[in-house]
Design a protein around this ligand. Structure first.
Ligand SMILES: Cc1cc2nc3c(=O)[nH]c(=O)nc-3n(C[C@H](O)[C@H](O)[C@H](O)COP(=O)(O)OP(=O)(O)OC[C@H]3O[C@@H](n4cnc5c(N)ncnc54)[C@H](O)[C@@H]3O)c2cc1C
Length: 419
C-alpha cells in the first residue's frame, strides 16, 4: 500500500491507552521505517478532555510492567509516578471469608503497580511525538469504513475537511462503543451489570504499606489501591466503589463527612481511618465481548474487543497483552514478507489471544456475579473458597500468577525480550 498519498500500511483507529501503546510498539521498530503507519484520534494530543487519559487509577499487572519495559517506556512512567502493590487483602463484608495474596509467595518485587491513566497517557504521547514514521491525525474522527478483499477505506474528518484514506490493515482501538465494530457489523455479547463505579482519592490516618484491598459486599465490589500522592504521600488510596446506579448517585451526593463515614462502615477499620476524600467521578459498567476479533484487513484490540467490569483491574492489562501479541504477529509477518492484513496472518493473533480473553473475562464476570449474590449457599461457597485459597499455597500461586498477567503462551515483550 505504501507510496500513494492517503494510503497507509496500517491505520490504528483510537489513540487511547491501548491504541497509543500499539503505535509505540510498532513505531519503534526498524522494520517499520519502510511502512506507513497512522493513528487517528478524536482528541488533540495533551487535551485535558482525552477520555482515555483521565484521572482514573489503573492497577497494572506485573506482565504489563514487563511489556512497558520492553517498549522502553517503564522508566518514564515510574518517574511520572507509580506505586507498587506488595499485598492484596481480599474479604467478603459481613462474612468470615478472607484471603491474602503476597509478593513473597511469587518472589517478585511487586504483585502489580498503580498509576493514573493520565500518567500513562503522558508517557505514551511523549514517545509518539518522537516517532517520525507515525502520522498522528488528531484531532480527527473516523466516520465511515468499508472493507474489501485488498484494502480498507476510511472516511475521516480532519481539520474541518472530510478525507478518504486507504489501508492494508485497520486496527480498531476505538474503545467499548467502537464505531468500527458497529460499521463492520461484528456481533457482540453484552451484559449490563446494573452497576456503576464511583472513583475518588481518599486519605487514611496511617501509611498504606503498599497493601491493596478488595472488598466484596452484597451490593457490589469495592477496591482500594495504594497510590503515591504529592510529595510522596503514602496515606492515599484510589477508591473504586461499585453499586447500583441509584445508590451510586446517592453516595455521590453525600457530604464529605457522610461519605467517609459510610465508606468506613463498609470497609471496617483494616485500611485505617478515612479522613479525606477528593473529587468523585462515576462510570457506567457493562461487559462487552466482540464475537469476532479479526476480519480480512481488520483486527480489534483493547476495549473495542472486550470491555470488562473493573472489579479485578484487568481491562487495560488484557488490552496491553493484545498489543504485545499483535505487534509480534505483525513484525514477524513483515520479516517474512507476508501480507499483514490477510486472514492467514490475523488468525494467528485471534487464536493466540482466545484463551487469555475467555479466561480473564470469565474470571472477572464470575467474581462480580458470585460476590454480589446474597443467596446463602453461594455466600457459603464463596467464603469457603476464600478460606480454602488461604490454606492452599499451590492454588494461590496459580491465581496470583494469573492476576499478574502471566496467562498461557507469553509474547516476547511479556517475557522481557525485544519485539
Ligand atoms: C472505573 C474504572 C476503573 C478501571 N480500572 C482498571 C484497572 O485498575 N486496571 C486495568 O487494567 N483496567 C482498568 N480499567 C479499564 C481501562 O480503563 C480500559 O480497559 C482502557 O481504558 C481501555 O483502553 P482503550 O484504549 O482500549 O479504549 P478507550 O480508553 O476507550 O480509548 C478509545 C480511544 O479511541 C478514541 N476514539 C473513539 N472513537 C473514535 C473515532 N471514531 N475516531 C477516532 N478516535 C476515536 C477515543 O477518543 C479514545 O481515545 C478501568 C475502567 C474503569 C471504568
Amino acid at each position: 500500500m505504501s507510496g500513494q498519498t492517503n494510503d497507509f500500511d496500517v491505520i490504528i483507529v483510537g489513540g487511547g491507552l491501548v491504541g497509543a501503546s500499539l503505535a509505540c510498539a510498532l513505531g519503534s521498530l526498524p522494520e517499520a521505517e519502510s511502512q506507513r503507519i497512522a493513528v487517528i484520534e478524536s482528541f488533540a494530543l495533551q487535551s485535558a478532555q482525552q477520555p482515555s487519559f483521565d484521572d482514573r487509577t489503573v492497577a497494572l499487572a506485573d506482565a504489563s510492567r514487563q511489556i512497558f519495559s520492553g517498549l522502553g517506556l517503564w522508566q518514564g512512567i515510574e518517574t511520572l509516578g507509580v506505586a507498587p502493590i506488595h499485598k492484596i487483602h481480599i474479604s467478603d463484608r459481613g462474612h468470615i471469608g478472607i484471603s491474602h495474596l503476597d509478593r513473597q509467595s511469587v518472589r517478585r518485587e511487586a504483585l502489580g503497580y498503580v498509576a493514573t491513566s493520565r500518567v500513562l497517557g503522558q508517557a505514551l504521547q511523549a514517545r509518539l511525538q518522537t516517532l517520525t514514521n507515525i502520522s498522528l491525525l488528531c484531532p480527527a474522527s473516523v466516520t465511515d469504513v468499508e472493507f474489501s478483499h485488498a484494502s480498507a477505506s476510511l472516511k475521516i474528518v480532519h481539520e474541518n475537511e472530510t478525507k478518504q484514506l486507504r489501508a492494508g490493515l485497520v486496527i480498531a482501538a476505538d474503545g467499548g462503543n467502537s464505531l468500527i465494530r458497529q460499521q463492520a457489523e461484528v456481533k457482540t455479547l453484552q451484559h449490563h451489570y446494573g452497576q456503576s463505579a464511583l472513583i475518588a482519592n481518599v486519605r487514611v490516618d496511617r501509611p498504606h504499606a503498599q497493601v491493596a484491598y478488595e472488598r466484596f459486599t452484597a451490593t457490589g465490589p469495592m477496591a482500594l489501591l495504594p497510590t503515591i500522592g504529592t510529595e510522596g504521600d503514602t496515606q492515599r488510596f484510589a477508591l473504586v466503589w461499585t453499586e447500583q446506579p441509584a445508590q451510586i448517585e446517592r453516595v455521590l451526593g453525600l457530604s464529605d463527612v457522610d461519605f467517609l463515614a459510610e465508606l468506613q462502615q463498609r470497609f471496617g477499620p483494616r485500611p485505617g481511618q478515612f479522613i479525606q476524600v477528593g473529587r468523585r467521578d462515576v462510570y457506567p459498567l457493562m461487559m462487552i465481548h466482540a464475537r469476532e476479533h479479526v476480519r480480512p484487513r481488520l483486527a480489534f484490540i483493547g476495549n473495542a474487543a472486550h470491555t470488562l467490569h473493573p472489579v479485578a483491574g484487568q481491562g487495560f492489562n488484557l488490552g496491553l497483552r493484545d498489543v504485545a501479541v499483535l505487534a509480534q504477529v505483525i513484525v514477524d509477518a513483515w520479516r517474512g514478507q507476508r501480507d499483514i492484513g490477510s486472514m492467514a496472518v490475523l488468525r494467528d493473533y485471534a487464536r493466540w489471544r482466545r484463551r487469555d480473553h475467555l479466561q480473564t473475562m470469565a474470571t472477572t464476570d464470575s467474581l462480580v456475579r458470585l460476590f454480589s449474590s446474597s443467596f446463602p449457599p453461594i455466600q457459603l461457597a464463596r467464603n469457603l473458597g476464600l478460606l480454602a485459597l488461604d490454606m492452599l499455597p499451590g492454588l494461590k500461586k496459580v491465581i496470583t500468577h494469573q492476576a499478574m498477567g502471566y496467562v498461557g503462551k507469553l509474547p516476547r515483550l511479556a517475557r522481557g525480550l525485544p519485539l
